[in-house]
Design a protein around this ligand. Structure first.
Ligand code: FRU
Length: 313
């Protein structure tokens, strides 16, 4: 017990200097990586929401896209005796045990954006990725039907996020259901690959897709960095003007900006939930109960609506 108190004070002093060293509650935030703008934004949203509250101190750890590192960092937070844990896990299965262990020790856990397996946590906060995937599928089916000449199917590439993470699974299954809902069938998936959420991988996969497909009508990428990587590959091949690009995330400085520039035709918003995580954390620490599941709303941004704040899904 003594060790925990010492470790916790060290954590607080090391991260906060003197200003908040006397915070009543310490929140550990385990971020799976900070390599993408969306995750930087999530941390910024958390910081901003916590800033005005002298009762809490948030300590951030970045697992640098390394599952084992993230497991170890969760354990460090638990050993240090944080009062609450927020985690945005890289992958579902490998992070399930450390999250459950924290929860079983009595540390409230908020799981943010990507899920773990089972139900050993306090609350999950995130947008509905199945719904987003489904909306993207319907949007894409409608869009390629407009293009189709003489009933030809739209030739579509799907660049998936990391398929061991739950948003990728849901954005895939939702999308497939969305295109299936279109009758008659208008979408032909001519190439699919797991780009693991990373722009550089998406660019490489798209180079392969272009090499084997003389005609591609549209690329659906599970996030905006993926859509942008695909766009860059198509541009390098001189084919970007013949292909429509659709992504997910819709950050103002990324997806929305790509839509305004005409690089993407649509970006589906995936809110970070940073602000909501702090709101829930404060309720939990204050002894109130919070819902097991908090579902955030999402919008679609297109050239026609991006200046008006997008359209609600
Ligand atoms: C960032 C990111 C986002 C995506 C989210 C899904 O790491 O890939 O682009 O929407 O994770 O968890």
């Amino acid at each position: 017990m003594k060790y925990s108190v010492i470790a916790l004070s060290l954590l607080v002093v090391a991260s906060a200097g003197d200003a908040h060293a006397k915070a009543k509650w310490v929140i550990g935030m385990s971020q799976c990586n900070l390599g993408e703008p969306w995750r930087v934004q999530m941390n910024a949203d958390i910081k901003k929401a916590a800033a005005g509250n002298a009762d809490i101190e948030v300590i951030f750890k970045d697992a640098q896209n390394d599952t084992l590192k993230q497991r170890a960092q969760v354990e460090e937070f638990v050993n240090a005796g944080v009062n609450l844990l927020i985690i945005s896990p890289k992958e579902a299965a490998p992070l399930t045990a450390p999250v459950a262990a924290a929860f079983k020790k009595g540390i409230p856990v908020i799981v943010l954006d990507r899920r773990v397996l089972g139900s050993s946590y306090t609350s999950f906060i995130g947008a509905d990725n199945k719904k987003i995937g489904m909306a993207a599928g319907k949007w894409i089916a409608k869009r390629v039907a407009e293009l189709a000449a003489g009933g030809a199917k739209g030739r579509v590439v799907e660049l998936k996020g990391l398929m061991t993470s739950t948003p990728a699974q849901d954005r895939n299954s939702g999308f497939r259901a969305g295109i299936k809902a279109a009758a008659p069938a208008v979408v032909d998936i001519v190439f699919e690959a797991d780009m693991k959420w990373l722009e550089a991988n998406a660019r490489k996969e798209m180079e392969s897709a272009l090499a084997v497909n003389p005609k591609i009508d549209l690329v659906y990428a599970h996030n905006d960095p993926g859509a942008h990587g695909a766009y860059l590959a198509a541009k390098a091949a001189g084919r970007e003007k013949n292909i429509i690009f659709v992504g997910i995330d819709g950050l103002p400085q990324e997806g929305q900006s790509f839509v305004k520039q005409g690089l993407l035709e649509a970006s589906f918003e995936y809110p970070t939930g940073g602000k909501e995580a702090i709101e829930s954390a404060l309720k939990i620490l204050g002894g109130k109960t919070v819902p097991k599941e908090v579902t955030l709303n999402s919008h679609v941004f297109t050239k026609a609506n991006v200046d008006k704040g997008g359209e609600c899904l």
